[in-house]
Design a protein around this ligand. Structure first.
Ligand SMILES: [Zn+2]
Length: 185
């Protein structure tokens, strides 16, 4: 099922919904289609262009949303799909300070890692191995990350996500291991 980017009336990205849900928003006159996917949906009486981006007609007040949720997909996007220790293709999530030694499952303590580094590192601290991170892990910022973290993507969304921190993220995704992830269309 394709997914559709939903924007607030202010053009702020709100989330990603299944196509069916987006169609209901448009048919109920709650949202307008800004971009079409190129596909058509046929009912008994008419054909309708499937939206790829919709914008709500009324502004929805969004409560403070806190940090970007830490998902595997968002983490891999932040780290470009690369192992943060050796630069190889990442296949796993590693806790820099091991959980068994009090490390938190938080943006500033997780990195994408390859199987080998993850295995070698096991439950040791970096200093015990003489390893160093080139970059200190940090939470990503920008609303676009909430969209990216869903794992759904569509090149048509990019112009709407760019003002919200997507440039960097999208570039990393396209250059990284996530390019093998399912594309939402
Ligand atoms: Zn590695």
């Amino acid at each position: 099922m394709p997914h559709v980017l939903v924007l607030n009336a202010s053009y702020e990205p709100l989330g990603v919904v299944p196509l069916r849900r987006a169609l209901v928003l448009v048919l109920e006159n709650k949202a307008v289609s800004l971009e079409e996917s190129g596909a058509f949906l046929h009912s008994a009486t008419r054909a309708m262009a499937a939206p790829s981006v919709v914008r709500l007609k009324r502004f929805v007040r969004v409560p403070y949303r806190g940090p970007v949720p830490l998902t595997r997909k968002a983490l891999f996007a932040r780290d470009g799909g690369r192992c943060m220790y050796c630069g190889g293709v990442a296949t796993s999530v590693d806790h820099v300070v091991p959980r068994s030694r009090g490390g938190q499952h938080a943006w500033d303590n997780v990195v994408a890692a390859c199987r080998r580094c993850n295995h070698v590192k096991a439950d040791r601290h970096l200093r015990e191995l003489g390893w160093r991170l080139h970059q200190q892990p940090a939470p990503p910022s920008g609303l676009a990350w909430r969209i990216i973290g869903t794992g759904h993507r569509d090149p048509r969304w990019l112009p709407y996500l760019q003002p919200y921190g997507a440039d960097d993220a999208m570039a990393r995704i396209d250059g990284g291991a996530l390019s093998t992830a399912p594309v939402a269309n």
